[in-house]
Design a protein around this ligand. Structure first.
Ligand code: ADP
Ligand code: MG
Length: 229
């Protein structure tokens, strides 16, 4: 068996945004590895670059320096088509707001990304139903987002994010919009999913209680990633 490699490895990542005077240096050599089956909390004050780091890790933005390895593959010099393929097949995203398609059912929302990837409809529906069942939504398959609670909507968003069996899950304050009890429940299902599928997950959160339940905690300090106790 080949030695394990991180599903995500950020190596000295730099990201800056142009401003009137001099550029705003958000990431200044951020280095971080996320391993298979590992759940890492990203805990840092607002405005320190959590979303920026997740966007760079998810190949939504290119870094201005450094390298982003997905499953060992360097991505900075890949062409757009290859980056898009990697993003679609290896990376799942969950945001603070669910961004589900309102006119489609929970099941259809989870089926959609699989069809885009080229799976047959019957297989996609089977996997979607299985995933939603795992997340405790077996009785809600045919509900539209508006007919679901906030916690249920977020669990559908999690199912959608992992519909194509990615290796890496990136979540940007996924429970930030939920009451504490619901946040706790959604988070528990997320943990179960990560453990069961040996995904690597990086989760930005302000919730210190949830962060404490993850395997490791990191923060962003002066544009670099630092381990927290
Ligand atoms: P966080 O998610 O930790 O709150 P962000 O990554 O969203 O932080 O933002 C980090 C800093 O970069 C903030 O000061 C923000 O205003 C700035 N920023 C983020 N995105 C852009 C952008 N597209 N253009 C200019 N500045 C940005
Ligand atoms: Mg943010």
């Amino acid at each position: 068996m080949p030695p394990q490699q991180p599903v995500l490895y950020l190596s000295k990542v730099e990201r800056r945004y142009p401003q009137a005077e001099r550029p705003l240096e958000v990431l200044r050599g951020a280095t971080l590895a996320v391993w298979p089956g590992e759940l890492v909390a990203l805990v840092a004050p607002s405005g320190t670059g959590k979303s920026t780091l997740l966007h760079v890790a998810g190949l939504l933005e290119k870094p201005d320096g450094g390298e982003v390895f997905i499953e060992g593959a360097p991505t900075v010099d890949m062409d757009d088509a290859e980056r898009t393929r990697l993003r679609r097949e290896e990376i799942g995203f969950v945001y603070q707001f669910h961004h589900l398609l309102p006119e489609f059912s929970a099941l259809e929302n989870v089926v959609m990304p699989q069809l885009i990837r080229g799976l047959r409809k019957a297989e996609a529906r089977e996997r979607a139903a299985e995933l939603l069942g795992f997340l405790g939504l077996g009785e809600r398959l045919h509900h539209r987002p508006a007919e679901l609670s906030g916690g249920e909507q977020q669990r559908v968003a999690i199912a959608r994010a992992v519909a194509n069996a990615p290796r890496l899950l990136l979540a940007d304050e996924p429970t930030g919009n939920l009451d504490p009890q619901t946040a706790n429940h959604v988070f528990s299902t997320l943990v179960a999913l990560v453990r069961a599928s040996r995904l690597g997950a990086l989760v930005a959160t302000h919730n210190l209680e949830l962060a404490a339940r993850m395997d490791r905690r990191v923060t962003i300090r002066e544009g670099r990633v630092a381990e927290l106790p």
